[in-house]
Design a protein around this ligand. Sequence first.
Ligand SMILES: [Zn+2]
Length: 477
Amino acid sequence: MIMNQFISIFLAIIVSLPVTGWAEQPDGWFEALKNRATDQELHQLLYEMPKGGDLHQHLSGALFSEWWLDLALAARDDGYEYFTRVQLNNCHPYGHNAFGSSPANLMFHNLMRVNYEALSSCEKSQYRALSTLTEEQKQGWLDSLRLDKPYEGRNEFFETHWQRLGDLLANPWIRAEGIYLNMQAFADEGLLYIEPQIATDGYRTAEGKAIPTDQVVTIFQQRLQARDALATGITVRFQRAVLRFLPDAEQQMVDTYQFVANNWPWVGVNLVGREDNDKGYPLRFLSTLRQLRQQHHGVSLSIHAGEVDEPNAHVRDTLLLGADRIGHGLNLIQDPDTMLLMRHGPYLVEINLISNLLLEYVGRYDEHPFPEYLRTGIPVALSTDDRGMWDSTMTDEFFVAVKEFNLSWPEIKQLSRNSISYSFLEEPEKTALLNLFEKRITEFENRLKRQTRIKLISMNSAPKRGFICRKYDICSE
Ligand SMILES: [Zn+2]
């Protein structure tokens, strides 16, 4: 979104600035605004604010429930038809695998037709075509992919959301369209760059046949080059992730690393999956990565580390693996030597405030180490992780950060600068985006500073989604 286009479209909301006091200090205009604006006004301002990049997002977790539904229904054009489990008929009364990738009692589990046809008649009777859901079933389906209940948390997310998506994850056209929808949504929020983690294997045709990786890559590359995608103005690079605790995770690392070395715009490799499953401990991958670095160049590492409750050396060990960025880094706060190593250092921690609260790695925001990292010189940036499943936005991440930790204007700008500086973009593109960000943020700042009254575009243009509405009182009329 280009701010200038909208400046003239105002105006729904006016916040008066005080004549003296804050306004006389550098960036006092922002302190004054923060103190006088309602939460709703602050949220709107942060929506309109130009931003940098989102360095930590999983494409399939970044799609909103309603996008999944629309894309699944539209996939009929590509020959795919989906069925979802809407009732349980006790088809396995004397035991079944409740722990595998397709638990027998998981409601709203999704199958494509070829796999539905292979079910027993009892199993079939539990499913219904996605296109024929009642309103109540549709709402249940949408909610089944959101962490929207107080009793839901880490287990619901890790053990049901992905399993539930089921065959929807195997459709590369859905995923490609999801890339575009994300580009559009993040552009609307004023971002310049995203670096989603996106898989290139495990895809199937509507007949159930495996789709070769080369073809998947082409599908994604073509979607990025389509006119509407280019028109968003968003620059995109991809990461590919390895599920860290699998028995063959080393081999997956080899395959993934070689893939990224040879397939632009994939630029980085990540390790994902519950860190409280010790089978995926970081140093498991040390010798594999050392071997890979003997042969390949140009592969960056950003790795989830420290997304656990207990203290351990995962962040330190992950830096030893060669990672330049750490996903989450929550328990870094309990590792003083590594904190000292990272102060004013070259390694960035990708902070995911909403994810950490909903997955209960912090019970409240005053337990979160983000302000300690930010204000002791450990490079940080805000990111959205699986924002489709949190039902939130990048604006919401900034809102939480400003509300809970009283961010200054220079701190806000630094977060966005970091999100470009520490990206895995090639240097010329990085410089260009940093310059573009500086231009946009300076224009935005000057616009706000020049005015004796702050004019926002419209109180209703910022999307107000589930998380922010439940936690803060900004959604009432
Ligand atoms: Zn993540």
